[in-house]
Design a protein around this ligand. Structure first.
Ligand code: DAT
Ligand code: MG
Length: 137
């Protein structure tokens, strides 16, 4: 089923100069980037985006990390792209994310309270629509 998903390249990915490499993988897989912007996230955007994690021990480190530098936001389209991008991204923990994935190939643990894992991808159709409106209005 044709879907769209919200992809964020987090501040670690932008800072490390991996924006092109990450978007290359998205396009090489065959998905289509339909919106693309670089911006400094606002605190209210992050509160909305990460509301499901409020109260967890990594919540404030996560928000602080996402405020630490610019992010790149993209809307990516294709059949089954929600599941497909999360497969490209790999598991949350970059230490054990499978080689071949964005997090597994390009990420690692940096000894901080939040997992800096380069990318975000929506986890359901409902999340995707909610998140696209947060980042693209
Ligand atoms: P994902 O980004 O794989 O969907 P998530 O939604 O569970 O993962 O968590 C959002 C982000 O929060 C995740 O990308 C990195 C960080 N995070 C999650 N679990 C964590 C943990 N146990 N310790 C540190 N950071 C964590
Ligand atoms: Mg998530």
């Amino acid at each position: 089923m044709t879907e769209r998903t919200l992809v964020l390249i987090k501040p670690d990915g932008v800072e490390r100069g991996l924006t092109g490499e990450i978007l290359r993988r998205v396009e090489a897989k065959g998905y289509v980037i339909t919106r693309l912007t670089k911006l400094d996230a606002a605190p209210d955007q992050l509160a909305a985006h990460y509301s499901e994690h409020e109260g967890k021990p990594f919540y404030q480190p996560l928000v602080d990390f996402m405020l630490s530098g610019p992010v790149v936001a993209a809307v990516v389209e294709g059949d089954e792209v929600i599941k497909g991008f999360r497969s490209l991204a790999g598991q949350t923990d970059p230490t054990t994310a499978a080689p071949g994935t964005i997090r597994g190939d390009l990420g690692r643990d940096w000894g901080v309270k939040v997992q800096k894992n380069l990318v975000h991808g929506s986890d359901s159709v409902e999340s995707a629509e909610r998140e696209i409106s947060i980042w693209f209005g």
